[in-house]
Design a protein around this ligand. Sequence first.
Ligand code: PXP
Length: 248
Amino acid sequence: MSDKHLRLGVNIDHVATVRNARGGAYPDPLRAAKLAEEAGADGITAHLREDRRHISDADIDGLMEVLSVPLNFEMAATPEMQQIALRHKPHAVCIVPEKREERTTEGGLEVAREENRLAHYIAPLRKAGCRVSIFIAADQRQIEAAHRIGAEVIELHTGAYCDAHAEGRMDDATREMESLREMSTYAHSLGLEVHAGHGLTYDTVQPIAAFPEVRELNIGHFLIGESIFRGLTPAIAEMRRLMDDARG
Ligand code: PXP
């Protein structure tokens, strides 16, 4: 694929959220993942949280078995998750901060203050062949720390940009977007592969998709929500169209 092709990772966590609201097996996140694959997703993202509020261990087992596209396994930097990742050896591991009481991943990982621990934490994952991505805010200090610990990829947190946009704070949205742009250029100049995600919608995706340094977007909640109205395949197809259009 050329640099121009912007990969779309579809996050299926919230199919599992709906399933778990009732217990049982329906709707099945694996079925959604296969459908997303057929609809043009370049990868599937799933976050196994410490409290297993959506994706379960069995979902990860199943995804590793059925997927033809790469799995981006999101997880907190805990010993338990490291063991699970080393057992499965997914294509990519994305290290995210996790707080039990949060509704979603609220901010980026504090890498700079935990450099030593994280460097030791990711080393075996890299050795096992996983591409290690670190989910961080658009902050030069964090980018430099992610680079120093040996991450190959950073994923920039687009939540502040998307929240400002959704709340009509357009000056803030523009400021956040500019800082994402500047930091994606900076990270790329260090040799890091740049991804982005969190909170992206049809209304917010294009300015981010247009950054030439960004290689992958990970999008979940909006797509799963939108699929209620238009179906998963058309919801993904429209996101793909907007991304390609922004890419020129
Ligand atoms: N990228 C990362 C690292 C995330 O933690 C999440 C949320 O789980 C996403 C992308 C997707 O965010 P959203 O579901 O808001 O599209």
